[in-house]
Design a protein around this ligand. Structure first.
Ligand code: GTP
Ligand code: SPV
Ligand code: MN
Length: 583
């Protein structure tokens, strides 16, 4: 190997010396390699074969029952100065963190194969892309990384060209929750993760690299690494606008990214193009607009609730070559989850036990599918464009049963940054801990920002420069509930009605009323043809309760105060101005 890879070779040798694997395998990403790994995992029970007539090439993995979600309380950002990680992160001093986790890695790969996975986040030839190498003792991680990233020989060639990469070391260890932690060293471009084999804890290219490390890097290099989907909306005239949207985990990104237009819109010729469903890297282009790429190559999507009605594109994508994790199975070995709504019944639950509805759901609420983005019928060829796509609108949104209307528009960039910073959402099964608890989740980045949120908000504000052509900023809430506890808005495909209004606003001809919290559509500004809404639904989706919003702004003020003097003054002033208008 060339001298430009010496650094990589040296690190691999050092890790092998420390973890003592029985063998070292450099992943080339080939079909042969993938087949070899899948066969080996089928033989040792890591994977189970699903029905090859209905789901060719698809398998099922059952996680350890204590290892089924991200673990935010065991996730650390280890910067030299505590202040740089901020109140939004768990922090440990780098020396102490290395010592603690290195002790866990000591000899941990004995009897196992150590896999070296070179990967590229983003199109191989894009200047916006960044590479990494994950070392892991989990073949399941290798198989997932092969779908989720551009992995193998082409990535290694780019690493050789770049001469730099993010180092990620991972071991499933004993899968013991008491011997588990995920450490990030953004100043060293290094990740160390021990004791979990699940999703964001183990597929290090995803949340660890593409968000926590990348957000830190993006700040110093003048770009943004965000927890956002990217979609293209093609109007009947054939023009396509791109939108990036940040919703917290399990709050609708995959679904919105693959939306199928409702009947009337389909007839008129509207089309949706999927670029990405979870992560977005964007930077200003020469024309002052923000250009975005999806750093991922696949979807690690929530299974429950995915049906031919809610998300036909996702369902079509996962008919073959898919790894299912923690779903139930039917008598003839087809995958099954709550809400699949296909007339079949599960016989085995996600733990491999006979299904008993009184014991547990058939599929874990955070069960997932891993599939190549290329299998999605709405996947856009623009996803491979090295320049990325220009973003016309940024959308923030959360899961809010009360208070927050269906949609509103920020007055300007500074207000938009406040709208993102003030985001709140009810927690979901994507992370361990209580579900349904309202918490602040700025820009849907609470679990993923690799530095102090105060600095992050300042970084967002800094894009508002002379000559910048920034996207308009909106806020949505698909999850408002009525007094009966049911969702008031049909959601899913009908969300296009809201996106269409946004595009009219972007083009300068959509109607709205000004309120202290932003511009709201009056109901007739949004096309509601064929959407029967009760008077209660109407009032709640398109109105604001001033008194309740006063309380919300007081709470937002309290939240921002937690960031102390480091918080940008402009954000505080914006919050105070709106609080005063509401009073
Ligand atoms: P992560 O992969 O964890 O980041 O999640 P995500 O943001 O991609 O969420 P996803 O699209 O997988 O949706 C999560 C859950 O929300 C699923 O159970 C969906 O059925 C549900 N959901 C998505 N969109 C809507 C909507 O418009 N309305 C309602 N009521 N539910 C929705
Ligand atoms: C999320 O939790 O936001 C996910 C799943 O997209 S994970 O890869 O586990 O982070
Ligand atoms: Mn996510």
């Amino acid at each position: 190997m060339s001298s430009r890879l010496e650094h990589l070779n040296h690190w691999v040798a050092e890790v092998a010396h420390h973890t003592r694997p029985a063998a070292i395998h450099w992943c080339d990403g080939s079909d042969t390699e993938n087949r070899m790994l899948i066969d080996q995992m089928l033989a040792d029970g890591t994977l189970h074969l699903l029905n090859q007539d209905t789901h060719p090439g698809s398998t099922l993995h059952r996680s350890h029952p204590d290892d089924v979600a991200r673990v935010e309380h065991l996730t650390y950002v280890c910067t030299t100065h505590h202040e740089d990680a901020g109140p939004n992160n768990h922090w440990m001093a780098p020396d102490e963190a290395h010592a603690e986790i290195d002790a866990l890695f000591d000899g941990c790969m004995q009897g196992r194969t150590m896999y070296v996975i070179p990967y590229c986040m983003g199109p191989i030839d894009s200047p916006l892309s960044r590479c990494g190498v994950e070392i892991t003792d989990s073949p399941y991680v290798v198989a997932n990384m092969r779908i989720m990233t551009r992995m193998g020989a082409a990535a290694l060639a780019r690493i050789e060209r770049d001469g730099t990469f993010v180092k990620g070391l991972h071991s499933i260890g004993e899968l013991d929750p008491n011997r588990r932690c995920i450490m990030h060293f953004p100043e060293e471009l290094t990740i160390k993760s021990y004791g979990s084999g699940y999703g964001g804890n183990a597929l290090l290219g995803k949340k660890c690299h593409a968000l926590r490390i990348a957000s830190h890097q993006a700040r110093s290099e003048g770009w943004l690494a965000e927890h956002m989907l990217i979609l293209g909306i093609e109007n009947p005239q054939g023009q396509t606008h791109y939108i990036a949207a940040a919703f917290p985990s399990a709050c609708g990104k995959t679904n919105l990214a693959m939306l199928i237009p409702p009947e009337g819109y389909l007839r008129d010729g509207w089309k949706i193009w999927t670029i990405g469903d979870d992560i977005c890297w964007m930077r200003p282009g020469p024309d002052g607009r923000l250009y975005a790429i999806n750093p991922e190559a696949g979807f690690f999507g929530v299974a429950p609730g995915t049906s031919n009605k809610s998300n036909p594109n996702a369902l079509a994508s996962i008919q073959s070559n898919t790894i299912f994790t923690n779903v139930g199975v039917t008598a003839d070995h087809q995958p099954w989850w709550e809400g699949i709504d296909n007339g079949q019944v599960p016989v085995t639950d996600w733990q491999g036990q006979p299904y008993d509805a009184s014991m547990r759901p058939a599929a874990h609420p955070n069960s997932r599918f891993t599939v190549s983005a290329k299998q999605c019928p709405s996947y856009s060829a623009m996803s491979e464009d090295p320049h990325g796509v220009p973003i016309s609108a940024i959308v923030f949104g959360g899961r809010r049963a009360s208070l927050v209307p269906l949609v509103f528009e920020a007055r300007d960039w500074t207000h938009g940054v406040l709208v993102g910073a003030a985001m709140g959402s009810e927690t979901t099964a994507a992370a361990t801990g209580a579900v349904g608890v309202m918490r602040r989740d700025p820009m849907a980045m609470k679990p993923f920002c690799g530095y102090n949120f105060a600095d992050y908000f300042a970084h967002w504000l800094s894009f508002d420069t002379e000559g910048a052509k920034l996207p308009k900023v909106f806020h949505v809430n698909w999850f408002r509930k009525g007094d009966d506890g049911k969702f008031l808005w049909p959601g899913f495909g009908d969300n296009l009605r809201v996106l269409e209004w946004m595009l009219r606003r972007v083009e300068g001809h959509g109607g709205a009323v000004e309120t202290p919290i932003g511009h709201l559509p009056i109901a007739h500004d949004i096309n509601l043809e064929g959407v029967p809404l009760s008077d209660e639904a109407h009032a709640k989706l398109f109105g604001i309760d001033r008194e309740a919003w006063q309380a919300e702004f007081a709470s937002i003020g309290d939240y921002l105060a937690e960031y102390g003097p480091r918080l940008p003054q402009a954000l505080l002033e914006e919050q105070r101005k709106i609080a005063a208008e509401l009073a």
